[in-house]
Write a protein that binds this ligand. Structure first.
Ligand code: PMP
Ligand code: GLN
Length: 380
């Protein structure tokens, strides 16, 4: 039978993690922390399981967690979504993205994505029968050119996807982007899907421009986040979606037949953690900023040139002083010959810029891990 996803193979994250394991490489490829989950969160999970919270949760999420998300949203973004009609807990941001796309994209609809973009977007659009329309971000700054986005809009455009802070570059949308985006969408019925999984990992005193801060935009938006990034537990796969009631109703139709509900005890644990320890997410930016600064200072001693990192936990490096290989070949070579796994950027594009020589390194790691990686990279 004809494959439904002809362009899809194994994700670059799986490929590079396997290669790293085979070659004993320090894995700065796939994005995940190698340090501990907060003790309180583990204790809360243990207590929830022992208290018997082991059966199906309400499909849309435990009320305590939806309330905690609503309160956190108000605390962070001056807007309190309705926990009953506007907040849905999902099995990671990945499920939320899939559900949001399937909730609104019909066969033949166009969805604008900004390249480079995270790799789960396009397959979900394809499976919904939609057409991904790729608009390049600025190759130097990874900022959107809103005029170019505007030119890509047609009567078939159903959705626009954005991601801030951005994976892989760390770039963040600013107030001016928000103003331009608002003007761009005004008068259209285009739905916005805002991937904000790195919402709390922002640096240098910058403000995360969550779409939830902006009344006109949030009226047409699915806003998605992930506790995996905020609480150092990417393997727990719990995320959520905030959207106005009409969009949430459609979203929940997909969610209830996709997963129905999400791991119950973790929901209780996150509810407690969000409520009782807001300092965790409030200090996450500072926590990662120290890691970023230390790692960047170390990179100065190598021939890899670090690009700016406004947010997120990835460092892009320009390796053109080291090698002329294309990025996929370079990252393989780095992993198998030099013992440091990295992620090439080309899989994040429909058509990668010619001659781009960038690789992505994850700095969500213990100092010892980063020190070992730097020792190996210094020898390039
Ligand atoms: N969006 C982006 C930009 C991501 O980096 C990730 C995680 N790698 C996800 C979505 C998916 O998040 P989750 O692991 O919660 O499904
Ligand atoms: N989001 C992670 C990254 O960008 C990978 C997640 C995955 O492996 N699917 O590295």
């Amino acid at each position: 039978p004809e494959t439904k996803l002809p362009k899809v193979g194994t994700t670059i994250f799986t490929v590079m993690s396997q290669l790293a394991a085979e070659h004993g490489a320090v894995n700065l490829g796939q994005g995940f922390p190698d340090f501990e989950v907060p003790g309180r969160l583990v204790d809360a999970l243990d207590r929830a399981m022992r208290a018997g919270l082991n059966q199906y949760a309400p499909a849309h999420g435990l009320p305590a967690l939806r309330e905690a998300i609503a309160a956190k949203t108000e605390r962070c973004y001056d807007h309190r979504p309705d926990a009953d009609t506007e907040v849905t807990v999902t099995s990671g941001a990945s499920e939320a993205i899939f559900d949001a796309i399937h909730a609104v994209v019909r066969p033949g609809d166009e969805v604008i994505v900004l390249d480079p973009c995270y790799d789960c977007y396009e397959p979900a659009i394809d499976l919904a029968g939609g057409v991904a329309v790729h608009v390049p971000l600025d190759p130097a700054t990874f900022a959107p050119h809103w005029g170019v986005v505007s030119a890509a809009i047609t009567p078939k455009t159903r959705m626009l996807m954005i991601n801030t802070p951005h994976n892989p570059s760390g770039a963040m949308l600013g107030a001016d982007d928000i103003a331009q985006l608002t003007a761009l969408l005004r008068g259209t019925d285009i739905v916005l899907l805002s991937d904000e999984v790195y919402e709390h990992i922002v640096f240098d005193g910058a403000r995360h421009e969550s779409i939830l801060r902006h009344a006109e935009l949030r009226e047409r938006a699915f806003v998605v986040s992930s506790f995996g990034k905020t609480y150092h537990c990417t393997g727990w796969k719990v995320g959520y979606c905030v959207a106005p009631p009409a969009l949430t109703a459609e979203f929940r139709k997909v969610h209830q037949y996709n997963t129905f509900c999400t791991f119950t005890p973790a929901q209780a644990a996150f509810a407690e953690m969000i409520r009782e320890e807001p300092a965790h997410y409030e200090q996450l930016g500072a926590f990662y900023e120290a890691k970023r600064d230390r790692f960047r200072a170390q990179l100065e001693g190598t021939r890899l040139k670090p690009l700016p990192v406004p947010g997120g936990y990835f460092q892009l490096v320009d390796y053109s002083a080291v090698s002329d290989l294309d990025d996929a070949a370079f990252c393989r070579w780095l992993t198998t010959e030099k013992g440091v796994a990295a992620i090439p950027l080309s899989p994040f594009y429909e058509s990668p810029p010619a001659g781009q020589r960038l690789a992505r390194l994850c700095f969500a790691k213990n100092e010892a891990t980063l020190d070992e990686a730097i020792a190996r990279l210094g020898a390039l």
